[in-house]
Design a protein around this ligand. Structure first.
Ligand SMILES: Nc1ncnc2c1ncn2[C@@H]1O[C@H](COP(=O)(O)OP(=O)(O)OP(=O)(O)O)[C@@H](O)[C@H]1O
Ligand SMILES: [Mg+2]
Length: 261
């Protein structure tokens, strides 16, 4: 039986707190609804929030996986992931933040090469720091989802990072304008934003997707988009998630066709 060769997607941003982790969780929920097997890889190594957001206490983390790969004790990724539901697993960031230093960019390839054999999609959460680990990750993944808010600092830094992407030939990114995380920040129109960043906006989450009781979801380990009412109450934002999820899979089909040759 042919092994899965899943698609890899990372979120990135010019500053913190723009909704990367929340977006990753909702994308995972969307893939679950589409019947796809998804791994959330928490590469926000010191501030990892996926285990908290899913209200799970992982027994094993990325740190254990790396130690075992190094010591030739690695057998299967299933030994390190934590199950959320029948389609969603996550690979937690280290429980002790001091272990994070052990995980450097040299492991990115080793981790992703193994993960794509078992999942349709590997969604990677990051922090916004420009460091070696994130740079290697950005160059390795199939798709980068750049999350930005309607905030002058955020947009200015996004413009700088996009010009670095252009200089280094990185073109496999999409931009998500997230109006839901700070809904009252709406100074710039879409037209202004495109002009500021000299780029298109691929997807938008509207200010109506601001969830006042989001911490309730977190404390109960619930993914917003898996709430039955979500599609009805936020039809546009729901559609944005489905568009993102299917766009990231579409490339995969082309790649799978290439693999089959
Ligand atoms: N749609 C939303 N409605 C209400 N609150 C939200 C929404 N999306 C995100 N938040 C809140 O905004 C904060 C930042 O979101 P999140 O943690 O997803 O951002 P992040 O980019 O991953 O942050 P960091 O850079 O710290 O990892 C969190 O407290 C989160 O609960
Ligand atoms: Mg985060």
């Amino acid at each position: 039986m042919a092994k899965k060769i899943g698609k890899t997607v990372c979120v990135y941003s010019a500053k913190g707190g723009v909704g990367k982790t929340t977006t990753i969780l909702n994308l995972a929920g969307t893939y679950h609804k589409l019947g796809k097997k998804v791994l959330i890889l928490d590469l926000d190594l010191t501030g990892g929030a996926i285990a908290v957001a899913l209200n799970k206490a992982p027994q094993m983390t990325l740190y254990n996986m790396i130690l075992d790969i190094e010591n030739n004790n690695y057998n299967s990724i299933s030994n390190y992931v934590t199950k959320y539901n029948e389609n969603i697993d996550f690979l937690a960031s280290p429980i002790d933040p001091r272990q994070a230093g052990k995980i450097d960019s040299t492991y990115i390839e080793l981790i992703l090469d193994r993960a794509i054999l078992s999942y349709d999609v590997v969604l990677i959460d990051t922090n916004h720091i420009i460091n070696e680990l994130n740079l290697v990750l950005i160059q390795r993944v199939d798709n980068i989802l750049f999350v930005t808010t309607n905030d002058p600092y955020d947009l200015k830094n996004l413009k700088s990072i996009l010009s670095i992407f252009k200089d280094t030939g990185i073109t496999n990114y999409k931009i998500l304008l997230n109006q839901s995380v700070i809904p009252f920040k709406n100074y710039f129109s879409l037209y202004d934003i495109k002009n500021i960043i000299k780029n298109n906006i691929d997807y938008t989450l509207s200010s109506s997707f601001f969830i006042p009781d989001i911490d309730n979801y977190v404390l109960n380990g619930q993914i917003i988009i898996l709430n039955n009412k979500c599609q009805k109450v936020f039809p546009e934002d729901y559609t944005s998630f489905v568009r993102m999820a299917t766009d990231f899979l579409e490339d995969k089909k082309e790649e799978e066709n290439n693999h089959e040759e």
